[in-house]
Design a protein around this ligand. Structure first.
Ligand code: OSB
Ligand code: MG
Length: 372
């Protein structure tokens, strides 16, 4: 498929809640939407970076520059047959995985539309209900945390994940466990602790959590190995895994026993599938992480989760939990804790163009007819 043109748009959107993690607070988000055009077809991708380099060094601004200056120029006018070929064309670009993933996932959408197949089928997934959980930010009090937990459990979510940080971990989780004795629970520290904080994790180890996500440094495996050896609860790696090779090394060392797969963090669908394959070979469960996505990113997450290796509930909760209005139709809503795979060719969602136009704060059209 010839890559005729690529459009980048920045959208300004406001989350329905203040999302506090160990790395900061997010609510007013700047999101990038990427449209890749080939002939009459369009594929869509979303950049999953945040406004600030708190979770990753990538941000909305770095992704814009990486796409405009380095990634898109290598693709324009090229005839690309497969996602692997597209990745080879940008293979000299180190890092910037979230920026690359936005065009790589858009290309998959384009190819699935050209083939008349839903994206999940092209990825080799199975059509099935997708169990999802909710990721709950740091709250102002233990009582509010328990109330949030009960509300999301009532809504049918299959697993509740709580953000923790030094000074906010054991007390809120003990209270949630007391209120919901049988609920699958997990915590996510987003790299905020050090090995010398092992005591916190030994206390959490008593609560029967499904896993403890990224307790230690974003670039660490060695200390995670030491911590994992001290605990019965599996560690889950998020920030430490950027490629199938990272996943292989982490699982070989036993730096963790579960992997959170995020399309943006690992460079797109092909890499996500390979990470999932590596995990399967080690018998390690994987699940699909969330990055507070709009409808395009949310739909990509659901299609990826159709792969059989994804055995634990992901973070792709109902769109209405995040947004007053989402940018795609149909609205991707969970019922009783299950999302369904969008139907139709490609992503299976259509863009709400008027809404997107209203939310757009900047736009650039690269290649093709520059006036379009
Ligand atoms: O660590 O999983 C994370 C959001 C932004 C950055 C990092 C993370 C998250 C979440 C939210 O946990 C998941 C979601 O509800 O989309
Ligand atoms: Mg995480």
């Amino acid at each position: 498929m010839k890559i005729d043109s690529v459009e980048l748009r920045e959208l300004s959107v406001r989350l329905r809640f203040r999302f506090e993690t160990s790395f900061g607070v997010e609510q007013d988000l700047r999101k990038l939407l990427v449209t890749v055009r080939s002939g009459d077809l369009e594929g869509y991708g979303e950049v999953t970076a945040g406004n600030e380099p708190g979770y990753s060094y990538e941000t909305t601004d770095t992704a814009w520059v990486a796409l405009e200056r380095y990634i898109v120029p290598r693709l324009l006018g090229r005839d690309v047959a497969t996602p692997a070929e597209l990745l080879a064309l940008v293979g000299a670009i180190r890092g910037h995985n979230m920026a690359v993933a936005a065009v790589e996932t858009a290309f998959w959408d384009l190819q699935a539309k050209a083939a008349g197949l839903p994206l999940w089928a092209l990825l080799g997934g199975v059509e099935r209900p997708i169990p999802v959980g909710a990721s709950i930010g740091i709250q102002g009090s233990v009582a509010e945390t328990v109330a949030m937990a009960e509300r999301h459990a009532d809504q049918g979510y299959k697993r509740l994940k709580f953000k923790i940080k030094p000074g906010w971990a054991v007390e809120p989780l003990r209270a949630v466990r007391e209120a919901l004795p049988d609920m699958p629970l997990s915590v996510d520290a987003n790299s905020a602790f050090r090995l010398t904080d092992a005591r916190v994790f030994q206390d959490l180890d008593e609560l029967g959590l499904d896993y403890i996500e990224q307790p230690l440094a974003h670039d660490d495996l060695v200390d995670h190995v030491k911590l994992q050896a001290m605990l019965a609860t599996p560690l889950c790696l998020d920030e430490s895994v950027h490629s199938p090779e990272d996943a292989r090394k982490a699982l070989e060392l036993e730096a963790g026993r579960v992997i959170n797969v995020k399309l943006g963090r690992v460079r797109g669908h092909l890499a996500s599938r390979r990470v999932a394959d590596v995990a399967l070979a080690f018998g390690a469960p994987v699940w699909c992480g969330g990055m507070l996505e709009l409808g395009v990113g949310r739909a990509h997450n659901l299609h990826m989760t159709s792969l059989e290796a994804f055995t634990l509930p992901g973070d792709t909760a109902s769109a209405s939990r995040y947004w007053d209005e989402d940018i795609v139709e149909p609205l991707l809503e969970a019922k009783d804790g299950y999302q369904s795979l969008p139907q139709g060719p490609g992503l299976g969602v259509t863009l709400k163009r008027d809404l997107i136009e209203r939310l757009t704060t900047r736009r650039i059209h690269l290649g093709g007819d520059a006036a379009a």
